[in-house]
Design a protein around this ligand. Structure first.
Ligand code: 4AD
Ligand code: MG
Length: 440
């Protein structure tokens, strides 16, 4: 015996005029005399099921009358096309099988505060907006991986328990590792992906990354997912071309395949439709000049000295000058990670770029050309106060067939938040980990 439904709600159109059994949860129930309307969701979609008193047994009608929110049911009925119905179809119910009667569901249509909803995240995931956000996230991930696979990249999984820092030492999560001392949760897969690049040419890692961010912002999680392509023989300029093709392919695929989700999210899709290459580029120097001139345009945007990093208000100001994502390139070498290649013509800046999303969503990608000279890399490791011995394997990559190479990392949550038009990235991951939240 099977409990599986005949079809999913998403595929209901192929069953018009026939009898089906659907299986799902009660999203809403209203009663109008001899009619009961049950909004059924099955994960793939939502359909209105109409229970007409004279069309069912008294038991079935009584069952429909008692259905509580989020009860699990199997509903059998006739699929009827109805132009006025949201999905174009309704189900004329013949029979209802109660699988589980839910107790009083804590999330009601009334307004709840975000703290309450976050504490009930395990249930909130069922709500239509959350469902749409996480469906969009899944599409972003699928689009990113499939695009890279089609371009000849090989997925290369990197370790999460690592012996050393890669993106600064101030935000490391540490844990005891048996007799070997401290291990750190990976801040990035990059260092390892560079080893993979020397074996496969074009690789990417995709997995969770960790940063003990002690700030409470809309854009920071302590655990987030990153996709990190790395390409042998690619220069800084090649890297930017790859990024703009990659990001626009993801956005265009989401527009195609997630139209329903974007509608639920009430996303204005015009800015997304404009997201096609080439993306504008602005140097860090020009960005600083722009900030000096226009900082009054954005609240909290203060002037910067050369060498300072850009804050969220500065990114918003810069992005507002363009109609699509913008690269800010050649940041001061001193402000960036040890592995970034200094510009040979101007070593005080690095061959790196951040990609800023439009509409104030901030940095979605960080990337750079990597130092390929062993001596220079060793010098930079020392300058950053790191122990050369810990990085011998990484230096080896520069001792045996070293080539100029470049790569980048895109945060899945930041990218999803931008495409979805959601200000806070905490809703773009199923169970966000933040400074003040680890439950559920
Ligand atoms: O700019 P980041 O720190 O770059 C790296 O980690 C490089 N190793 C990537 C590479 O070149 N392979 O981080 C890259 C991206 C950011 O642009 C952002 O999208 C995301 O990762 N990110 C975060 N997302 C959520 N919460 C945080 N705390 C994040 N920190 C970075
Ligand atoms: Mg960055």
């Amino acid at each position: 015996m099977s409990l599986l439904p005949t079809t999913s709600i998403a595929a209901i159109a192929t069953y018009a005029g026939t009898q089906v059994t659907l299986a799902g949860w009660v999203a809403n129930r209203t009663e109008k005399g001899r009619l009961i309307f049950v909004r059924l969701r099955d994960g793939s979609g939502v359909i209105q099921c109409v229970v007409f008193k004279t069309a069912v047994t008294p038991e079935t009608f009584a069952c429909a009358q008692q259905l509580t929110l989020e009860s699990a049911v199997r509903v059998t009925g006739q699929v009827r096309a109805d132009a006025r119905a949201p999905g174009g179809y309704e189900l004329d119910v013949q029979q209802i099988e109660l699988v589980h009667a839910a107790s009083e569901y804590p999330i009601t249509p009334k307004e709840h505060g975000v703290e309450f909803l976050m504490a009930h995240r395990h249930l909130w995931l069922r709500s239509s907006k959350q469902h749409a956000l996480l469906r969009l996230r899944a599409e972003v991930i699928a689009a990113a991986q499939e695009w890279l696979n089609a371009q000849g990249f090989v997925r290369f999984d990197t370790p999460i328990l690592t012996p050393v820092a890669a993106e600064g030492t101030s935000n490391l999560f540490a844990t005891e590792y048996f007799d070997l001392g401290q291990a750190y949760l990976a801040q990035t897969g990059q260092l390892y992906v560079e080893a993979g690049m020397m074996s496969f040419g074009k690789v990417y890692s995709f997995g969770p990354t960790f940063r003990a961010e002690k700030s409470k912002t809309r854009r920071h999680l302590t655990e987030f997912w990153m996709i990190e392509p790395e390409v042998a023989f690619a220069t800084h300029d090649d890297n930017l071309v790859l990024q703009e093709s990659f990001v626009s392919a993801i956005v265009q695929r989401c527009l195609q395949r997630c139209a329903d989700e974007l509608r639920v999210l009430e996303r204005d899709i015009a800015p997304l439709e404009r997201c096609v290459p080439p993306f504008p580029r602005i140097s860090y120097d020009d960005a600083i000049a722009l900030v000096a001139e226009r900082h009054g345009d954005v609240a909290g945007c203060s002037p910067l000295a050369w060498g300072d990093d850009l804050g969220a208000p500065h990114e918003t100001l810069i992005a507002a000058q363009f109609d699509r994502p913008v690269f800010v390139e050649r940041f001061p070498t001193a402000a960036k990670a040890f592995y970034m290649q200094p510009d040979p013509d101007r070593p005080e800046v690095a061959l790196c770029a951040d990609l800023l999303a439009p509409e104030g969503y901030g940095e979605i990608i960080g990337g750079s050309q990597r130092i390929h000279d062993a001596g220079l890399l060793e010098q930079r490791i020392i300058e950053h106060g790191l122990r050369v011995d810990d990085y011998q394997w990484y230096l080896d990559l520069r001792r045996y067939g070293s080539v100029p190479h470049s790569g980048f990392g895109m945060g899945i949550e930041r990218c999803t938040a931008w495409i979805a038009g959601t200000q806070h990235i905490r809703e773009t991951i199923a169970f966000p980990r933040m400074l003040y939240r680890m439950y559920p």
